[in-house]
Write a protein that binds this ligand. Sequence first.
Ligand SMILES: NC(=O)c1ccc[n+]([C@@H]2O[C@H](COP(=O)([O-])OP(=O)(O)OC[C@H]3O[C@@H](n4cnc5c(N)ncnc54)[C@H](OP(=O)(O)O)[C@@H]3O)[C@@H](O)[C@H]2O)c1
Length: 258
Amino acid sequence: MKPLQGKVALVTGGSRGIGRAICAALAADGADVAVGYLGSAGAAAQVVEEACARGVRAIAVRADVAEPDQVEAMVRRVGDELGGPHILVNNAGIARDGLVYHLGPDDWLEVMRTNFGGVFNGTKSVLPRFMAQGEGVIVNVSSVMAERGWIGESNYAASKGAINAFTRCTAMEAARFGIRVNAVLPGFTPTDLVGGLVDGDSGKSIRKQIPMRRYGEVEQVASAVRFLAGPESSYLTGSFVTVDGGAATALGLGRPSL
Ligand SMILES: NC(=O)c1ccc[n+]([C@@H]2O[C@H](COP(=O)([O-])OP(=O)(O)OC[C@H]3O[C@@H](n4cnc5c(N)ncnc54)[C@H](OP(=O)(O)O)[C@@H]3O)[C@@H](O)[C@H]2O)c1
């Protein structure tokens, strides 16, 4: 029997990038999958098709994670059509990079409403079900930026820092109900989100500063999510798994002449 057989996983932002790889990884472990999406209906339908080809049930569900009512309706639909859910992966996210000096009110609010608001809304919507079931797993997709400073990322890093703080507190509150809450902190992983950063000369220079000298792959992030979603991490809650080739462990001041 596969480790997630009989479980239903809802993955927000499942239509593209890291979320798409997470849907594939959870389906490979036997979970039925609800693919959350906003604008990419065609891509979400493809992810559903790929999951079904692995022998699990899958549906695509549209919801703007920044909107509490839409997230609530999404969770209800997943429960009605697939059961559960038992696993929530809060993965949907956006970036609106820029220097603080240039950022306008919408630049931080939109990022905060989607990234942190999405995690808050998703968590709020599944908690009553998870508590009634006496089980549930939440995996939040944060970022190494949550714990580090970088130019042009103040709004994004703040939204991810909020996710980390929220993960810790929610883990404490939910533990007594048999619910685990953890987060994955990806480093640079080429997707549409970071396309401009990892291409060209600036991309080469960033890569050189990563101890493993290469960018991450969406499947590598998905492996960490799969671990946190499954029974092998049954004693982990309030934990953070960094998937970044060593980037966040480096001091980042070049090399000494040894
Ligand atoms: N890639 C990296 O290097 C990296 C590093 C650290 C952390 N992360 C985090 O990993 C997560 C996934 O990023 P990615 O790189 O895979 O990005 P991506 O390729 O741009 O995909 C973003 C996903 O989020 C969905 N989404 C965006 N806004 C949404 C909203 N308001 N409501 C619902 N869904 C929404 C998109 O759905 P539609 O296409 O259907 O609109 C899409 O499926 C994000 O939380 C990101 O911050 C990424």
